[in-house]
Unconditional design. Structure first.
Length: 310
């Protein structure tokens, strides 16, 4: 083999195994309004923060909760990402909380002034990464898709339209998807955005079926930048999601292989479902009884979360 042939072979080998690009993760837990929502939105955001930081050494993680999750702080954070990220990097924005839709404009509810989908899109447009993922887990999130969609950007919404305005459970199953080894269907030691979407959507549907309740949320996605949102992949939709890696190593999944942690995760799920059932039955309950049961469940949930965080 000549020197030229040897160099050509080496270049081919290196091209076949490209270096990982950096990934910028921004997670925002919006205003809760009620103590149970505040607690759960914050816990979901902190879980994602931990998972993203554990995913790989090339992760840049920004998490806004509580008083930090204002429009000003979010704008500043996205501006920092815009000035730091490179074209070949990936960008992920996760919105957790409540959203509103007035028939024409979606807004993400934050402490102080809300931020519209149009404003979010403009901020994300300044981020130079070729591949972007926006996961909007809020109520009415389907109303944000038309403003957010863009070629090279995948958008996931917990609801199929802006008219599905009830609080969603999709967020917690999105977090669960990134902790459950079963999400990794192709056994690649990584989780794609499509794998996470399908897991969270399936668990959300199962939740409503188990509670014998009419589903008030139907998750959708759009990843071409020019089509209507859909619920299942096709030859036209789902390619970007399928190739967009959220977690590049199995390190973030170690919690799920620990029997004690698995038990805690199961208990957390039971408590969250109990809280959802209580809120659904609130109108038919004695106010004092409802308050007591909700407080007890929230205290237990906080204790479980504390053990998971240790």
């Amino acid at each position: 083999m000549t020197v030229a042939q040897t160099l050509s072979s080496l270049l081919f080998m290196f091209a076949a195994f490209p270096a990982y690009s950096d990934t910028y993760y921004v997670t925002v837990a919006g205003i809760g309004g009620e103590p149970d929502y505040v607690q759960r939105f914050t816990a979901d955001a902190k879980d994602l923060d931990r998972l993203f930081r554990a995913s790989n050494s090339n992760a840049h993680v920004f998490t806004l909760t509580g008083d930090q999750s204002t429009r000003a702080h979010l704008t500043e954070t996205l501006s920092v990402v815009a000035s730091s990220a490179k074209t070949g990097d990936d960008f992920v924005l996760v919105l957790i909380g409540h959203g509103s839709f007035d028939g024409s404009e979606y807004k993400f509810n934050l402490p102080g002034p809300d931020i519209s989908a149009t404003e979010l899109a403009s901020l994300c447009d300044h981020i130079p990464t070729r591949r972007q993922l926006i996961v909007n887990t809020t109520s009415a999130s389907g109303g944000s898709i038309s403003a957010l969609q863009k070629p090279g950007r995948a958008v996931i919404a917990a609801t199929k339209s802006g008219t599905e305005k009830n609080a969603t459970v999709f967020a917690r199953y999105w977090v669960e998807a990134l902790q459950d080894p079963a999400t990794d269907l192709d056994k690649s030691d990584s989780i794609s955005a499509l794998e996470a979407f399908e897991y969270a959507d399936r668990k959300t549907s199962s939740f409503y079926e188990s509670q014998k309740r009419l589903a008030t949320e139907h998750a959708v996605f759009e990843d071409t930048g020019r089509n209507e949102a859909v619920r299942t992949p096709s030859k036209n939709e789902g390619v970007l999601l399928a190739t967009f890696t959220l977690l590049r190593t199995d390190s973030a999944l170690k919690v799920a292989t620990d029997p004690a942690k698995r038990d805690l995760l199961a208990k957390k799920e039971q408590l969250e479902q109990k809280i959802d059932v209580l809120k659904y039955q609130k109108a038919a309950m004695d106010p004092a009884d409802y308050k007591q049961q909700l407080t007890d469940a929230l205290v237990q949930l906080a204790q479980v979360q504390q053990e998971l965080d240790q």
